[in-house]
Design a binder for this molecule. Structure first.
Ligand SMILES: Nc1ncnc2c1ncn2[C@@H]1O[C@H](COP(=O)(O)OP(=O)(O)O)[C@@H](O)[C@H]1O
Ligand SMILES: [Mg+2]
Length: 144
């Protein structure tokens, strides 16, 4: 880890159109780093899964326009990428249960319940801190 090479922070309202913005931010951040297409695809996936969770679950039943989502991307000298996605939403009451493949609280049946397992599998480390005041997901990935 050690020395920080580059870091960006974004704050945006919890609107579904910003899932795509977050993916593009991650792509732009990694441009010129010679990241393999496979690794880039994984990173875009985990960023959009985490941001989508903040928007649809964190701020469920809220008007997303007034609800902030925070995305932070930091690159360290040893090519460790740290992705942080944070919301000030309702939190996850049972994290162990939420981590189970196919577990979802979605009522419309649109979601797969695979977001958190994918984020865990596609990164080298994932840590979640959550409370009724919000959720923070920190993911680390060594860039190939
Ligand atoms: N940021 C969040 N805020 C509140 N609840 C969350 C958050 N992220 C995940 N969850 C909870 O964890 C469950 C599992 O998340 P995930 O694996 O991404 O599946 P899905 O999004 O398809 O439901 C969600 O259904 C939701 O109940
Ligand atoms: Mg999800």
């Amino acid at each position: 880890m050690k020395e920080i090479i580059n870091s960006i922070r974004a704050r945006f309202p919890a609107l579904s159109e910003n899932e795509g913005v977050a993916r593009i931010l991650a792509t732009g951040f990694l441009m010129h780093l010679g990241v393999t297409p496979a690794a880039l695809a994984d990173i875009k996936t985990v960023v959009s899964e985490a941001v989508t969770n903040a928007i649809v679950h964190g701020y469920r039943d809220r008007n997303g326009a007034g609800c902030p989502v925070f995305l932070e991307l930091t690159l360290y000298a040893d090519r460790t990428l740290v992705i942080t996605v944070r919301d000030r939403g309702r939190g996850i009451p049972d994290l162990e249960q939420a981590m189970q493949p196919f577990f979802t609280t979605d009522r419309e049946g649109e979601r797969s319940g695979m977001g958190l397992p994918i984020m865990d599998a596609f990164t080298d480390q994932m840590k979640i801190t959550t409370s009724p005041k919000g959720t923070k997901v920190v993911m680390k990935k060594r860039l190939p």
